[in-house]
Design a binder for this molecule. Structure first.
Ligand SMILES: NC(=O)c1ccc[n+]([C@@H]2O[C@H](COP(=O)([O-])OP(=O)(O)OC[C@H]3O[C@@H](n4cnc5c(N)ncnc54)[C@H](O)[C@@H]3O)[C@@H](O)[C@H]2O)c1
Length: 287
């Protein structure tokens, strides 16, 4: 029997990227997977891929920033698959152009703050709010919230993202304490740079920039969506049955380095490779 046989799993943002790989991973392990996303074309493609491989999956068309859509997503999981055992709260696009969340407290638009907080934070509270009563009835459930290395390390000019992702760690710990007595485990994952379909397109335009990026990692590589999907599946598995409230950093060692030596390392790399197009250089050139 596969590890998640007969479990119902909701993956928000399950069409592409980390969510896409997570949906496929759970389906491969025998789960019934609801892909909740606003990209209908990509989500349908992922559902069809899962079905073609003998898995079970369905699509729920939602915009996670809308409260009523989060509620509907949970109701659809219950109607189609009879419950919800695992909720993976992942939806947010780091490459999407609209609702640009870049900026400082002075420059970021109020509507960008609201959108970022709605998608990255409020949706996680609402997803839990609607799923947990069903998990309590079964006295079983797992929730995984997707944080980031940005939960712990600040990138300049990223007020909304860094604030929301830091709060995801606190939200995870709080929910773990509140619902541990119901045998509901709540954990988070903090990925480093994961080259998704969208980021692959960005790097194809700048392969030397990707090499510069990879050099930042002690393992000298960036991650792939399956690295995170595997971590999520582990945290929801029986092997992790004593782990709750934890944020698992999956970042190839990026965040354990001494910052000042790390700066020297990247400076030397740029000197050895003068042709390199350093990613995001414009902001630093201005300062
Ligand atoms: N890729 C990385 O390097 C990286 C690193 C750290 C954390 N993360 C986090 O991982 C999560 C997934 O990121 P990704 O890189 O896989 O993104 P992605 O852009 O590859 O995929 C995001 C998915 O979420 C969906 N989505 C976005 N906004 C939505 C909304 N409002 N309603 C419904 N669906 C929505 C998109 O359609 C897409 O299918 C995000 O929370 C992100 O912050 C990513």
């Amino acid at each position: 029997m596969s590890s998640f046989e007969s479990q119902v799993v909701i993956v928000t943002g399950g069409a592409l990227g980390i969510g896409g790989a997570t949906a496929r991973k759970f389906a491969k392990e025998g789960a019934k997977v609801l892909i909740a996303d606003f990209n209908e074309e990509a989500a349908t493609k992922n559902v069809n891929l899962i079905l073609s491989q003998g898995g079970i999956a369905a699509f729920s068309h939602i915009d996670i920033s809308k409260s009523e859509d989060v509620n509907r997503m949970v109701q659809e999981a219950i109607r189609q698959f009879g419950g919800v055992d695992v909720l993976v709260q992942n939806a947010f696009s780091v490459v999407a152009g609209e609702n640009n969340i870049h900026g400082s407290a002075v420059t970021v638009k109020e509507e960008s703050w609201d959108y970022g907080m709605d998608v990255m934070l409020k949706a996680l509270y609402l997803g839990a709010k609607h799923c947990i009563p069903h998990m309590q009835r079964k006295q079983f459930g797992n929730i995984i919230n997707i944080a980031s290395v940005h939960s712990f390390l600040q990138e300049p000019n990223m007020l909304v993202y860094e604030t929301a992702k830091a709060a995801v760690v606190g939200l995870t710990r709080q929910m773990a304490v509140d619902f541990g007595p119901d045998n509901i485990r709540v954990n988070a994952i903090a990925p480093g740079h994961i080259v998704t379909e969208g980021l692959q397109k960005v790097w194809t335009q700048n392969p030397s920039g990707l090499q510069f990026f990879e050099n930042q990692y002690p393992l000298r590589k960036t991650g792939v969506p399956d690295d995170i999907a595997d971590g999520i599946a582990f945290l929801c598995s029986e092997q992790a049955s004593f782990i709750t409230g934890h944020t698992l950093v999956i970042d190839g060692g990026l965040s354990i380095q001494l910052q000042e030596k790390f700066g020297i390392q990247q400076g030397v790399f740029a000197r050895k490779h003068p042709e390199v197009q350093i990613p995001d250089a414009a902001y630093y050139e201005e300062k």
